[in-house]
Each structure stands twice: as C-alpha cells, then as structure tokens.
Design a protein around this ligand. Sequence first.
Ligand code: TYM
Length: 338
Amino acid sequence: MSETAFQPRVFSGIQPSGDLHLGNYLGALKRFVTMQDQGIETIYCMVDLHAITVWQDPTDLRNATRELAAGFIAAGLDPEKSILFNQSQVPEHAQLAWIFNCVARMGWMQRMTQWKDKAGKNAQNASLGLFAYPSLMAADILIYHATHVPVGDDQKQHLELTRDIAMKFNHDYKVDFFPVTEPVIEGAATRVMSLRDGSKKMSKSDPSAASRINMTDDADTIAKKIRKAKTDPEALPSEAKGLEERPEARNLVNIYAALSETSVDDVLRDVGGKQFSEFKPMLSELAVEKLAPISGEMARLMQDTSEIDAILHRGSERARAIAAPILEQTYEIVGMVR
Ligand code: TYM
C-alpha cells in the first residue's frame, strides 16, 4: 500500500440488496479479509442507506442486511479485528454526505456511468438519492479519514469522485483535512463477468439467475451453473495472451485463479490445452470446496439473528467513536455554530 500523511485505515462497503454473489466475494469481500489480516485498521460496512436509492421491501432489506453480515463473518471477517456495522446506525455518514452534496458539482454526478446505467432513459423518475449516491459513498470513506478502499473495478469512477470531493473541500476551505484516498483494485477477479455473457459484469440485477453464482448456492446449483456457462469451442491456451479475444474463457480462468489464490499464468501452465469439458468440472470442484464452507457458516449464523444484530450494534459504536469527532471538526471548518 502506498504512503500518505494520514495513518493507514481501510474502509469498504457492500449493499445489502439481493444476494451476495461470486463477483462481490472475489472482487471485494475476500480481499477485505486479506487486508484485515495484514494488521491494518479495517472498517467494513453494510450500506443500507445506499440500498434504498432504489426500492427495497423493508422485510427483505432487514433480512439482506443480516445475511450480508453473516456473509462477512463467514468469509473470515472477525468482528473483534474489523469494525463491522450497517451504515444507518452511524448517522455521521448521512450528515457528512449533506456537506459533500454542497461540495460536489452537478456536472460531476451527471458523468457517473453507474448513474447513467441505473437511471437509464427514465432519469426523471429516478430517486434524488440515486443521483447523490456517490456523494454518500465519499462520506462513508472520508468520515473515517480512510486512506485505502478495496473494491471491484466497477467502483473506480466513484473513488475518483471521492478524491475530487476531498480535494475540492480541502481547497475551498484551505485545509488539509480529508485524505486523498487510494483505490485498491487488485487480483485476478476485479471484474467477474456474467456466466451467460462475457461482455457483461456479474451483477445482482441481472434477471438471469444462471448468470451468477450466489454465495448461498448449494453444490449442485454451482456445478450446474458452471456446466452451463457460456464458452467457445477452443481448448484453453497456455498463456494469458491467448485469452485476449475470448472473454468467456478469460472469465472462467480468472475465477479459477482468484479462488485458488494463484495467477492466471500459473493456472494456464496447468490447464493449457484442456477442453472446457475437462476444465469446467475442475472449476466446479474448486468453487464448491471454497464456497460451501462459507454458505454453511452463513446459514448457521442466520439461525440467531440477535447475535448478528448485537455484532452490528457494537460495530456501530466503535465506528461512531471515530466518525463523530471527524464530523465535529468538519462542522467547525465549514463554520457551523456548535
Ligand atoms: P456493490 O454492493 O455493488 O458491490 C460490492 C463490492 O463488490 C464489487 N463487485 C464486483 N467485483 C468484481 N466483479 C463483479 N462482477 C462485481 N460486482 C460487484 C464492487 O466493486 C464492490 O467493491 N457503491 C458500492 C458500495 C459502497 C462502497 C462505499 C464501497 C458504498 N459506499 C464506500 C466502497 C467504499 C457498491 O454499490 O457496491
């Protein structure tokens, strides 16, 4: 990790909307665990306020928040080592977001590709929250003076906006108060693609359930989805260059590399020349071996949601202890009478 003048602190978040899928796991959650185990202060959040920028049924939202927390813990996040909580229990996020709404420019927000994709042609009918989404995301990060943010590739533009907001705030108020955050987008699976279409990312919102592997899928479902995954008729190449024009093949090899914690080159050294009929069962076996213990533990944790709620509440108290003084100083800088 690169050096900044601020003490290193990691923040990241995942939305509790829909099921946690393999893209979330490999692009984000698995890497959250690695960073926790590097001995840096780590803060991880279930961003329920972001989730409601599009409609969420209240019962489903509550359930998805607890299930996501179970997923965090089952994947290896330790509530003692990392601070784990849901965003709405730390009101400082929304309070700082308001200030950032007054720093960020309309033009910056209008350029966000995720806004354009999600609002689509019907932007007039999208919520104001969806438009302001990246400003709340900047607040999530900067309310902790976080310096490093592990995310998948699709969040890169939002993190650039976070840097722009921090720099404009520092410039306008003539302070060096907010850090200019580093995105940490690393590994073989920063962009896991749909199993049905190698040009689309794996996503919660894809109508086809066969396009993604959910963390709660059982072994048979995982095997079936991988068996049906779109591929081409060629054998696998022996070098990464041979995957350049083959998005579906590249995706499956990337997933294999990320799950086995090796590089694409190492995987291809072993499987180069094999047909998909041979490679797919290998990938299924590996996916089941790595994911089944996580889904089993998630199901066990979900049997006692009061324990999950207690963990989130304790986490939010620890988070507020960091966030509240930073909000106070921000108000001071901005000129609010306290
Ligand atoms: P969300 O909930 O869509 O996704 C959570 C994390 O999973 C990553 N991800 C992927 N990585 C690889 N391949 C994929 N197909 C894939 N799909 C999702 C995302 O990049 C992300 O890291 N805006 C964020 C949540 C957020 C946040 C934050 C993140 C809110 N505040 C502050 C970091 C810091 C989001 O919607 O992620």
